[in-house]
Design a protein around this ligand. Sequence first.
Ligand code: O2Y
Ligand code: MN
Length: 598
Amino acid sequence: MTFPTKNKKLLDWVDEITALCEPEEVYFCNGSEEEFNQLAQQLVEKGTFKRLSDAKRPNSYWAHSDPKDVARVEGRTFICSEREEDAGPTNNWSDPAEMKSTMTNLYRGSMRGRTMYVIPFMMGPVGSPFSLVGVEITDSAYVVCNMRIMATMGAPVLEALGEDGDFVHSLHSVGSPLAEGQDDVAWPCNPDNIFISHFPETREIWSFGSGYGGNALLGKKCLALRIASVMARDEGWLAEHMLLLKLTSPRGEVHYVTGAFPSACGKTNLAMLVPTLPGWKVETLGDDICWLRVGEDGRLWGLNPEAGFFGVAPGTSYSTNPSAMETFTSNTIFTNTALTADGDVWWEGMDGERPDNLTDWTGKPYDPDSGKPAAHPNARFTVSAAQCPQIAAEWQDPRGVPISAMLFGGRRRTLAPLVTEAYSWEHGVFLGSTMASETTAAAVGAVGNLRRDPFAMLPFCGYHMADYFGHWLKFAERKDLKLPRVYLVNWFRKDENNRFIWPGYGENSRVLAWIVDRLEGRADAQETPLGLVPKAGELDLDGVALAPGATKDSLFAIDRADLLAEVEAIASHYAQFGDRLPARLAEELSALRARAQV
Ligand code: O2Y
Ligand code: MN
């Protein structure tokens, strides 16, 4: 067999995995459209894909997974650092040699009867010194099709790799070998043996048993966050779970803003916001991941390493996210949505009435009286970011863009004001390290539980979380830097009748406008124990539809008892880190306690 590369490390690795996994054949992906179409057609013939109506959604496909393989699985995600203490209390740790031994046994013969695909891919734009090359070996054609949308594949990657370039070894098997003559299923997987393992010291990813999303598209959470966060620690940059947007004011001022939000806080909606405030413009650069490096000008420059969106479909509509709706009108893979009788997709929260005669996300006729949703709550669309009508022209600028402000957010019924500005970078790190969000039906755990999710990185930080806090704090030691300002936002405050006070969506542009006014030195702020909030009249609330009877105070008031309870909750959150918690964060907590007691 001849492969289109002379890279010895890659050729040797392909040989090694071929010998281990024993595929029927090996196919080296070139990333072309023709290749995508051929694989998609094969998936249609196998029953994994159904081609949607070309009149409704040209060149688009629908897939539904095994019901036991529908989401990222945090409980089966491992950080296999040499020393357990380097994974920290928020990660599942396993000894790397033991994990490799366990998984080698699982991989042995795991691709029998299947094609093994070799996918050279790049995270980040071609030509950027910051882009990272990986090679994913997988036995899933569904993964190849999704990876082609989410990352750069093909000739430019092999060129960047050269004859002796290194790459992140990313191995994936659905773990479902086929015996001679055995019929395949539409969604092969091995849900009883799922392992999503990361070897941070050797920069390797080994994934087994799941064909779904972040478990299987290894460039995304595994490489661009877990492995990249370790590289970033070692090399002095940041790999963050953040959206990236461009904001232009009516005066023509341009500011780039990042935002870290836990699941179910409307991150993709914010990345594609359509402002209600006249004259303001938001353009999208990324909806999930941002890599940040110090530029020659001392500013942090942000880059979205992904080429596409793997977004949650349910709840997306022309009223919540018109840009997303326009993005996936064609060339899209939908997974675990419902299917309409006329060959289109549907989900709960889409505009209009629910159509009759749906096929539900399991592939069965939908029974509206079942009380169950037709689409899985974690149903997804995979689509190229280039199709987004508000994508910023510079979204693939190899240098990235200079960041003016960072937003941290969460879903909090009480306490957290609509917007709070951090007193300093260090205070911003404190706000990030204590981020929390109330869980919804779409997330793990009981509904309404407060889950601490520092920097929205709880499932994605590839090393000890307290060391990660320390890494963020180090940026403040460099006096040559012009760091972004940090803001905590909360769109989800509720009144005593359990109604959201703030309308959110496009109205969030009012908060962004205040932030720009702060950056431009035009708006005053008022000190509170939690940080700086808009002074009376500084946040434009003209014509905004707050919940009945609500006022600005309903969005900003800080209840003393809630605050004191929060101080103690943060103290117990921090306790898990023991001596490894940076002293500066303990000081920030003491300062908050003192401010709360005044
Ligand atoms: O793989 C999944 O089940 C989805 S998780 C996901 C997908 C896209 C963007 N973000 C996330 C997340 O959990 O943060
Ligand atoms: Mn995410």
